[in-house]
Unconditional design. Structure first.
Length: 345
């Protein structure tokens, strides 16, 4: 399987029953059914039809109805694919596409069973021929130049769902990532698996807050991504910013979307996280080092407390932007950088 690099995808998203024998002894089939019933006791089950709120391409709320769990799903882009795999739904995937990085090791076997397309962003023709009953992706897939608005697909009997943190004009929050994972759990009747993923993420936050409750001065933070001449600042309306604040820290410059060196110097944060993203074919370490150098090696920034105290840390973009099942990785990365001297369970 060949994966193509597509940093533009990130850029575009940022801009915008029982049987018994006569002798009353259970048959083997009945015994199996009983064991299955015992195993599922206490599980939350989906009742269909199920109504789920999602969004159209312009970010307006719409309702989609599922008469049953989808059986022919196309998942496009990293988080969409990895969430389906993490929920054990690889058998529902008719095709996958758009990986920037390899999936985590524990998902590779499941991913190998999917039909990974050569097209990074599948064309309208390709998707139409696959006859999906659901498309899971990011909002950008439903632009006019790609698959067209979600309402057209829904009218044809194919439901759509895109990552809420790629909604045009919407705020990017941890709660959105939780909602997406839980909604997919409901759609495919695997609610317990989805809840376990979300509970694990929340546990990291809860454990961090408990471990740092006696820390009087919580750190000030900037989350920066050098992009050529510009430096993107992930502030209060970003997912990365929301992760940081949920962990008890303070954003040093919460309102700006881009910053210059003078802005960084004026904010003088205790901690800086540098965002990097190695795409398929890139050497991850080289990309990491190159991004870190923009902050660490700039003479004009040597007076920063974060630089002087060695508190400049890397974080991968996919862990803090439309992060899906990588959300826990992102929260853990932030927690370790914010509180390096605190033991967090």
């Amino acid at each position: 399987m060949t994966m193509s690099a597509a940093p533009a995808v990130y850029a575009a998203e940022r801009a915008d029953s029982e049987t018994i024998k006569e002798d009353n002894q259970p048959t083997e089939e009945t015994a199996d059914a009983s064991e299955e019933e015992d195993a599922s006791e206490g599980e939350t089950r989906t009742e269909y039809p199920l109504t789920i709120t999602t969004y159209d391409y312009d970010g307006n709320e719409i309702e989609t109805i599922y008469e049953k769990a989808p059986e022919k799903v196309i998942a496009v882009y990293q988080g969409s694919i990895e969430t389906m795999l993490a929920l054990g739904l690889e058998d529902r995937l008719v095709a996958t596409a758009g990986l920037d990085n390899e999936v985590p090791d524990d998902l590779k076997e499941a991913f190998s069973k999917t039909n990974y397309l050569d097209e990074f962003t599948p064309s309208l023709e390709t998707v139409t021929m696959l006859e999906p009953d659901m498309i899971l992706s990011w909002s950008s897939l439903f632009s006019d130049k790609n698959l067209g608005n979600v309402t057209n697909w829904i009218d044809k009997g194919c439901n759509t769902y895109y990552n809420s943190n790629t909604r045009p004009g919407g705020e990017r929050t941890l709660e959105n990532e939780y909602t997406d994972i839980l909604n997919l759990g409901k759609i495919f009747d695997v609610q317990d698996k989805a809840e376990a993923i979300v509970d694990d993420i929340k546990a990291v936050i809860d454990n961090t807050l408990e471990a740092t409750k006696d820390v009087e001065e919580k750190p000030t933070v900037m989350v920066l991504e050098p992009l050529g001449e510009d430096i993107t600042n992930y502030g209060a309306s970003s997912l990365g910013g929301d992760m940081v604040t949920k962990l008890g820290a303070t954003l040093a410059n919460p309102d700006a979307s881009t910053v210059g060196k003078e802005d960084i110097i004026a904010a003088n944060p205790d901690v800086i996280f540098v965002v990097y993203m190695p795409y398929a074919g890139d050497d991850p370490q080289s990309v990491l080092e190159s991004q870190m150098a923009v902050i660490q090696d700039d003479e004009a920034l040597q007076s920063l407390d974060a630089v002087k105290n060695g508190r400049v840390y890397p974080i991968m973009l996919s862990e803090m932007y439309a992060s899906a099942t990588r959300t826990q990785d992102g929260v853990e990365t932030f927690a370790k950088g914010l509180y390096p001297d605190v033991a967090i369970d």
